[in-house]
Each structure stands twice: as C-alpha cells, then as structure tokens.
Design a protein around this ligand. Structure first.
Ligand SMILES: [Zn+2]
Length: 61
C-alpha cells in the first residue's frame, strides 16, 4: 500500500494525533486535529468527555 498520503493538501496541512487526556489520563484517549500547531474543532475524550477547545496548542502545557 503506497498511496497513504494521497489525501494530503500541502496548502492546508492537518495533522491527526492522539494525546493522553489531561483529566482522566486515558492514554491516547483524545484524538486531535492540528493545523499550524493548534487544534481544529473541539476534541473530546472518548473516556470521560473532557473537551479540548479549538485553538489549543498542545505543546504549551
Ligand atoms: Zn478523559
């Protein structure tokens, strides 16, 4: 399978990653979409419902 990156648009690059929930500490419990280092849309923990609002920079703890 070599076509994994076909849907990426270089002008509008988004990164999807999973992070540990800061509330319930569920590992990879929250899937976030990053654009220019900030979250896009609300990201909700699958375990506890904790919401990370749009525009959060996960590198800034
Ligand atoms: Zn949680």
């Amino acid at each position: 399978m070599g076509a994994f990156a076909d849907c990426q648009d270089a002008r509008n690059m988004k990164t999807i990653m999973e992070i540990t929930c800061p509330k319930c500490h569920e590992e990879d419990g929250i899937e976030i979409i990053l654009k220019d280092g900030a979250t896009v849309g609300e990201s909700i923990c699958a375990q506890c419902g904790y919401v990370i609002p749009e525009g959060t920079h996960p590198e800034q703890a």
